[in-house]
Design a protein around this ligand. Sequence first.
Ligand code: IMP
Length: 377
Amino acid sequence: MSNNNIAILGMFFGDESKAKFTHHFAKENPKDVVCIRPSGGSNAGHTIYENGKKIVRRLVPSANFRLGNKAFLGSSMVLNIDTLLQEIIKVEEHCPGSASNIYIDPDAFLVTAEHIAEDIEKNKHIGSTGKGISPAYRDKINRKGVRLKSILNTDPSVRKMMDMGVNFKHAAELYKMFDQSRLIFEGSQAILLDISFGTYPYVTSGETGLSGIINSGFARYMPSKVYGVSKAYSTRVGNGPYPTEILDEKLASQIREKGQEYGSVTKRPRRVGWLDLPATKYAADKAGVTDLILTKLDVLDELDNIPICTSYENGIPVCGSDFEHAIPNYKMVPGWYHANSKDMSRNYHLVKTIEYETKIKVSHLSCGVSEEDIIKC
Ligand code: IMP
């Protein structure tokens, strides 16, 4: 059993382009790769591009089925079966035969119509996506949840998935396969939205870090590399503390438009802010991040100087509630003066400031939507 396993986690509030990197890393020896979504549900919107076509996945991991990747949906997920069926139908249309490379753990819990109705009615103040995630996890913890396994032989949508070739297997039944594979764990949302470490109560209800991986039955496969993905700026959808939010609406909307910062699930405009290094360090410590990936540098092409928060007036954040009243101190870092953001000699200041302040190396940059815009540092 080799350990080339990696995890790809969001650092702040989601939408950092985790999927793009899952898809990217999955191209290396693709037939050996299993992409795993350990937790979360259809509140996620993971965007990938294949042959120029934009694909948004909610539940199915960002595997590259064309190249022969497998995908596994873990038992810490909460599944809306109808959404899942529609998504698998799309995967099949796009790449026939892929369904037989999809594995789903029957111990995952279900999201019901009642969960969704309750979420929409009661969780507006959090800015919930309304996909039933919080009520589904509440029922799980309350020991009232319904597992996928209880409808395996009766549900028509599950039957359709089986007919398409989808496999329903517990993680432990697949250890032999996992032993011979390279596992790519694709986190959902991000560390500052984690139920334990995030800006509670303005969080999602799943586990967005390593605990989601452990609780899906993968403790024996812990990743040797944990990539923390962050934009060169930051965004947040929904409510809750956001120390580096840009309050100048004109500037925020310029970045929002350039970065197309609209929710991939709800289409809501995202709040926009600067890169926050105390938050980066906090999230990296909580999630055991070994390498940072910095995305969407091209969105900042027009800025002569880029503000980066390097500390908080009120000290180093040690828990999720420390973000509530944090007052950011900024350092201005020279931009690349309209040169290509891919030019390493130009984005040097930004990268070096991040590495100096966080003591974590930046391993990759992404300077555009396409995979050709990824640079290995
Ligand atoms: P819920 O998990 O749908 O209840 O949403 C809780 C909070 O997490 C809200 O602020 C959502 O906007 C946010 N959230 C949930 N999923 C995502 C995601 O995939 N990306 C970004 N934010 C998310």
